[in-house]
Design a protein around this ligand. Structure first.
Ligand code: MEV
Length: 334
């Protein structure tokens, strides 16, 4: 038997980092996906084939007679630890320890870009392997297992990424509880800085600052929570009327400033954010953990201008759409 499953990337629209402290956040699935094929093997071992997982490419530098190869193999290894934990967790649930399983992964989601590549790989692996082992799990149960995988690998995680990846659409998330918000077709442009940030390290850095100066950091996190609630009210009003999009843009800009105050922005992220705003975006902010990775802009009728401005500022634009669908079992071959 073979199973092919896929799960989407996400953008956090509002509330990254503060969500780790129990504040609400809003995220949406986007139409970049990770595909995982699972089948049995006779070795009793777990085998992972990852031929195309969009890890940062090869960097080569030269001096007179020397060639230096620099590559971030650590990122690929990190992805594989999510896959391994996901398979072990599902084998455990299915009482199938010792069963040989091979998974093959291909992904459209750049690793370490803040687009939830780890959650998408965990969720699609759990989806494929649970189907292979005959476990009937709902997408909500798969999201919870995905959260356990993140906790095992990262130590800290709010669980928002696996929830959005498993369930798709727009999600309002708070303390492990989620609500689907009505679908709106937001005209967004994602800008990739080309460098990656480590969610684990950035979450730990914010934690250190919080512990050091809680009287300063707590009000910032509280303000982020209020921004999210205002954004939820605005999204619930629906998509008719530009002023509502204008309000969302304004809230994005405030959220970006607060993230900058937490220290998770970089020069490049801010350059892309300001380039997008100058080109006519209603709002622009970091999405995800920061420290590199991606920003996104809200740009009704200005998507191509904003994409060009991001390119000129040295980023890679991705004109993406919000995806209604979360985890998908694509094919089952008996
Ligand atoms: C990462 O996509 C979002 C963070 O808030 C971490 C988390 O929620 O687990 C930075």
């Amino acid at each position: 038997m073979k199973v092919l499953a896929s799960a989407p990337a996400k953008i956090i629209l509002f509330g990254e980092h503060s969500v780790v402290y129990g504040k609400p956040a809003i995220a949406a699935a986007i139409n970049l996906r990770t595909y995982v094929r699972a089948e049995f093997n006779n070795s009793g071992r777990i085998k992972i084939e990852a031929k195309d997982i969009k890890t940062p490419g090869l960097i080569v530098s030269f001096s007179e007679n020397e060639i230096y190869f620099e590559s971030d193999y650590g990122k690929a290894a990190e992805v594989l630890s999510y896959v391994r934990q996901a398979i072990e967790l599902v084998r455990d649930e299915a009482d199938a320890n010792g069963r040989g399983i091979t998974v093959s992964i291909t992904s459209q989601i750049p690793v370490g870009a803040g687009l939830g590549s780890s959650a998408a790989v965990a969720v699609s692996t759990i989806g494929a392997v649970s189907k292979l082992l005959g476990l009937e799990l709902s997408n909500e149960e798969i999201a919870r297992l995905g959260h356990r995988v993140e906790l095992l690998v990262q130590g800290v995680s709010s669980g928002i990424d696996p929830t959005v990846s498993a369930l798709g659409g727009f999600i309002h998330y708070e303390n492990g509880k989620f609500e689907h918000l009505p679908f709106v077709n937001l005209p967004v442009v994602v800008g990739y800085t080309g460098s990656s940030g480590s969610t684990k390290e950035l979450v730990a850095m914010v934690r250190d600052t919080y512990e050091d100066i809680p009287d300063i950091i707590e009000p910032i996190l509280a303000a982020m929570g209020k921004v999210v609630e205002k954004a939820r009210e605005t999204l619930l009003l629906g998509e008719d009327g530009r002023w509502k999009l204008g309000r969302l843009g304004e809230l994005m800009n405030i959220n970006h400033g607060l993230l900058d105050a937490l220290g998770v922005s970089t020069k490049k992220l801010s350059e892309l954010v300001y380039a997008a705003r100058t080109a006519g975006a209603l709002g622009a902010k970091i999405t995800g953990a920061g420290g590199g990775g991606c920003m996104y802009a809200l740009a009704p009728e200005k998507q191509s201008e904003v994409a060009t401005a991001i390119t000129i500022a040295g980023g890679t634009p991705m004109v993406t759409e919000i995806s209604r669908e979360g985890l998908r079992i694509e094919v089952v071959v008996p």
